[in-house]
Ligand binder design. Structure first.
Ligand SMILES: *[C@@H]1O[C@H](CO)[C@@H](O)[C@H](O)[C@H]1NC(C)=O
Ligand SMILES: *[C@@H]1O[C@H](CO)[C@@H](O)[C@H](O)[C@H]1NC(C)=O
Ligand SMILES: *[C@@H]1O[C@H](CO)[C@@H](O)[C@H](O)[C@H]1NC(C)=O
Length: 956
């Protein structure tokens, strides 16, 4: 136990003696006073304290949550406790309402009436209710024109406000590092009410979030569930939904015991921080629960005597301890526990713990291996918890290595509730729905996919009686979407929280009609089975077919114009869905990896090439498109980011290491090509997702990075034919406020490297800088701040004026580039947006252009309209495989202003130009086969690559 009286040592005997005598006298006097007062009104006092004890004892046996008599519908009369008087009542007409009821299968066509902070009615609204609502204020009527409405999204795992954006050390309050066991801490005490993310997350439809402490402790503290909207009081507490009495100590909330919330974490995060092992972590849990159990048992024994009226044998005070009271409440089943836990070994430990101490677990989070141990989960005391997952943010650490995109589906097949969560800012909470969309893409049933971000997390947080569902009496938290919510890129048109519209001037997008229906998704039965069979690491080897391959059912073919020196994209054919000439798509024949025939009207290629094939692939109305290129994350250099032994490692940086002469010596020598490792899982999964080329710069956060290389992400090793596409593509540096030396120092170093007299370059490898200075190799600067970009543009102009050479400059990252769109365009600088769905993670990224619905244009649109060569990258190795979804998203945000081939150019030709990848004359780039849909659709699945250079077709 943490509290123990320390003996006071060494006071001289005579003084001690005097103190004792004095104490005795004081005691005697006090006893006299007590006796006197007792003789006057002894009965009243004893009765009062007995009543207090009995009320405490009655309380501890009450369950948390609304009682069975609780009726949500009665809230249509009382209104919400969160109602802000003066809020306009709102009638949303003509909607497709996904209510979340009937296990997520119910869709109601009709209207929704919001008043007094609650949903008054859904579907057909009787005029009497409308008349009644008008009493609250002028009725706002919005005809939503048949659009989809869902409940406001519930993010079960968020660090909004405790890991804020922009991240500043003064507002990083998510974790105390003082002890692995801290159940007495409370996330709400660290909640920054000025986090930029509240507004951004609401712009993605998120209305409620559980704010968890971080995972650096086994018990990081209590969590709180908040509404993201601003409140008039502007306080942290006023955001909390159903705040427990232990937080507010107010007379409100005495109707029933409110659920409390707490975070636990096992595995690597708490273990590594304290230099502890998994064994220590488990003991920490057991020891803490043992303390709580002792107090709980003492309370029960005390209360048993009090309740039996055995006051004469009752000794001492009611047993309680402020440090352990929350954990005692866990044992009493009144806390919704969220446990961060990845691996089978850790899950097993918690399941044993829950049975040893008999407490339920509300949810396991991250939970990468839960899909491998469904039967174990069912052994949790009180039943299987909900499992809160990422869709594709995997493999960053060892314990996440076996995480799978098929986990949501597998768990659902075992009847285990699935939650998709953000872990904001790990995944930007604004895109929580994208997590559910991906889960659906990989096979989670659509009703469960929507429930995974609404009703299921609401229930897991103990708030299923008021949020996460559209039903009479529920909180008036609803989102109007511009498409079917599971369609890629679904974006809110308006978001209501407690009946209050949160988007003051929304910019709605115009989505194609095909986006208004549930997207069709591919069949992944085989991949799912293989994933389970191989415990998350199925072999990713491809079948190679040379000879003649017939590809049928092709609706579109986009290739490269071989005659164009830049290798411009060329739409060879793109038949509409309604095409009458080729209703089932055309036939394309490949021979030794090269297209030899494309079906034209009558000739299905048999007259040209015969009817003998080594392989026939039916794309079922799918398409063929150029292989994409990934850039931004150090794919090929990093396998498990947090395991140094799996990575190339950070480059040596002479600038921040304080060795300027070495700066020059080293300037040309670090080449990513020398550190490339092949057959990493992120690379192979990217390959199977249509990404055939990687361009990677040496990794590490330093000023000087080195020379990037282009390689085939599906190659077996560096010496394989065609594995290295281009040994040196560009020279990379970063200029950032986050480095250890000043930005001005970094600019001074760059100026030296550019202007240094040739004779000072004594080593051959300095030739690299010569290529930059001559303008033959691009200089790619990782830079986020518009101010730094301005300085770089001025430096470029100065350099060019003084030397007469051209500096080929590219900005990478470039969160604030839209602020200088015209200047960047005028200077001929390329921009690679590595976070095309932007997020103000740091101060130098804070001035993002958020895109619809918060701004009319996205940064991509502003830059494109200004005439800048723009490309798209990714920030995380595991996201390389999502490149085509990022492209689709960017195109949707462009609201129809960029064509399909312009979209593909963002991760092919534009990117190559920005990074200095030159296609060898007459070479034919890889083409990817998409079954069931096009490269930018959720309907499609990449099934193979036509590798012309290797002379074969690879089939996944
Ligand atoms: C209790 O809640 C009501 C509204 O639900 C509010 O008006 C009142 O100020 C609250 N009282 C306290 C003591 O918090
Ligand atoms: C998208 O296009 C539609 C139709 O032209 C227009 O009404 C809408 O304002 C546009 N939205 C944005 C965000 O550009
Ligand atoms: C996947 O596994 C299930 C259950 O074992 C089996 O019924 C099904 O046929 C398998 N499907 C494929 C495509 O392998």
């Amino acid at each position: 136990m943490a509290k123990e009286a320390l003996p006071v040592a060494g006071a001289p005997r005579s003084r001690k003696h005097f103190q004792r005598v004095l104490a005795l006298i004081i005691c005697a006097v006090l006893a006299q006073i007590v006796l006197l007062s007792f003789s006057r009104d002894k009965g009243v006092d004893v009765r009062a304290s007995r009543a207090e004890i009995l009320s405490k004892c009655a309380n501890i046996h009450l369950p948390a949550g609304p009682p069975p008599s609780f009726k949500t519908s009665s809230r249509t009369i009382t209104g919400s406790d969160r109602w802000v008087p003066g809020t306009q009542p709102t009638l949303l007409q003509n909607a497709k309402i996904w209510t979340g009821a009937r296990s997520g299968t119910e869709v109601v066509y009709g209207d929704v009436l919001l008043d007094k902070g609650v949903i008054i009615a859904v579907g057909y609204i009787p005029p009497s209710l409308i008349a009644k609502a008008k009493a609250s204020g002028e009725l706002r009527v919005q005809d939503v024109g048949g659009k989809w409405i869902t409940p406001g999204l519930v993010d079960l795992h968020s660090h909004i406000g405790v890991y804020s954006s922009p991240a500043l050390s003064g507002a990083s309050d998510g974790n105390s590092r003082k002890n692995p066991i801290l159940p007495w801490l409370r996330s709400i005490d660290g909640l920054n009410t000025h986090d930029d993310s509240y507004e951004l997350a609401m712009a993605g439809g998120v209305t409620t979030a559980q704010i968890l402490p971080g995972s650096a402790n086994n018990m990081g503290g209590q969590s709180f569930v908040i509404k993201l909207r601003p409140t008039a009081e502007r306080s942290a507490t006023s955001k909390v939904i159903e705040p427990p009495l232990t937080l507010t100590h107010s007379s409100n909330g005495t109707d029933y015991i409110r659920w409390r919330h707490m975070k636990h974490a096992c595995g690597e995060n708490p273990d590594r921080l304290y230099g502890q092992t998994r064994m220590d972590g488990q003991w920490n849990f057991r020891h803490a629960y043992d303390e709580a159990r002792k107090i709980r048992d003492a309370q029960d024994a005390f209360c048993a005597k009090a309740e039996a009226g055995a006051w004469n044998v009752l000794e001492g005070q009611y047993p309680e301890d402020l440090q352990w009271e929350s954990l005692v409440d866990v044992l009493r089943g009144r806390v919704k526990l969220s446990i961060h836990c990845y691996e089978a070994v850790d899950l097993d430990g918690i399941v044993r713990l829950s049975n040893e101490f008999k407490f339920p677990v509300a949810s396991f989070h991250h939970a990468g291996e839960t899909y491998l141990v469904p039967d174990l989960l069912k052994k949790t005391w009180g039943g299987a918890p909900a499992i809160a997952l990422f869709a594709s943010n995997f493999k960053k650490k060892r314990e996440a290595y076996r995480s799978s995109e098929f986990a949501p589906r597998v768990l659902a097949e075992h009847g285990i509730p699935v939650v998709m969560k953000s872990d904001h800012p790990v995944v930007n909470s604004r895109y929580l729905l994208f997590e559910a969309q991906q889960a659906h893409y990989y096979g989670l049933n659509p009703a469960l996919a929507l429930a995974s971000v609404t009703s299921v997390p609401a229930k897991a947080a103990g708030l299923g009686h008021r949020v996460g569902t559209i039903e009479e009496g529920y909180d008036a938290d609803v989102v109007i979407w511009d498409s079917h919510p599971l369609a890629l890129g679904a974006t809110p048109v308006q978001v209501y929280v407690d009946g209050i519209a949160q988007l003051t001037k929304p910019f709605p997008l115009d989505k194609p009609a095909s986006f208004q229906v549930l997207p069709e998704v591919p069949n992944f039965d085989k991949e799912k089975n293989e994933t389970v069979k191989w415990e998350g690491v199925p072999p990713l080897t491809n079948r190679k077919v040379s000879g003649r391959v017939q590809i049928t059912g092709v609706k579109s073919l986009i290739g490269f114009d071989e005659m164009s020196p830049e290798g411009a994209l060329e739409v060879i054919f793109d038949d509409a869905d309604t095409d009458l000439v080729y209703p089932d798509g055309r036939t394309v024949v490949i021979e030794d990896g090269k297209i030899v025939c494309i079906q034209r009207a009558v000739d299905d290629c048999t007259s040209a090439v015969g009817a003998q094939f080594d392989e026939v692939i039916d794309l079922r109305g799918g398409g063929i498109a150029p292989g994409l290129t990934t850039y931004g994350a150090p794919i090929g250099l990093v396998e498990i980011r947090l395991e140094p032994s799996t990575n190339d490692g950070p480059v040596f940086d002479p600038l921040t290491n304080g060795d300027p002469p070495a700066l020059i010596a080293q300037a040309g020598i670090i080449s990513a090509v020398d550190g490339l490792a092949f057959e990493g899982r992120n690379a192979l999964l990217a390959y199977r997702s249509g990404v055939t080329t990687g361009i990677t710069a040496p990794s590490g956060s330093s000023f000087l990075q080195g020379i990037s290389a282009a390689f085939r992400v599906g190659a077996p090793h560096a010496l394989a034919k065609g594995a290295i596409v281009q040994r040196a593509t560009a020279v990379h540096i970063s200029v950032s406020m986050a480095l250890r030396v000043s930005v001005s120092t970094q600019i001074a170093a760059l100026r030296s490297l550019l202007f240094w007299d040739d004779e000072d370059f004594v080593r051959d490898d300095a030739k690299t800088w010569a290529t930059v200075r001559e303008g033959s190799a691009p200089l790619v600067v990782s830079v986020e701040s518009a101010d730094i970009m301005s300085t770089l543009l001025a430096l470029k102009a100065d350099y060019e004026a003084k030397t007469g050479s051209t500096l080929r400059l590219t900005f990478s990252g470039a969160s604030e580039a839209h602020l200088l769109a015209d200047e960047i365009a005028a200077a001929g600088v390329s921009v690679i947006l590595t976070l095309s769905r932007p997020y103000p993670a740091t101060w130098e990224q804070r001035r993002i252009l958020p895109g619809p619905p918060l701004s009319k244009e996205s940064a991509l649109v502003t830059l494109t309209n200004a005439g800048v060569n723009v490309a798209i990258g990714v920030t995380d190795e595991s996201y390389a495989r999502n490149t085509r979804f990022e492209l689709a998203w960017a195109a949707l945000e462009a609201n129809g202003t960029i064509s399909k081939s312009e979209t593909l150019a963002l991760a092919t030709t534009n990117l190559h130009k920005a990074l200095g990848l030159e296609r060898p004359l007459f070479s034919i780039p890889d083409l990817v086969l998409y079954q069931g849909g096009g490269v930018l659709d959720f309907a499609s699945k990449p099934v193979g690559v036509i590798a012309a250079e290797a002379g074969l077709v690879e089939i996944f």
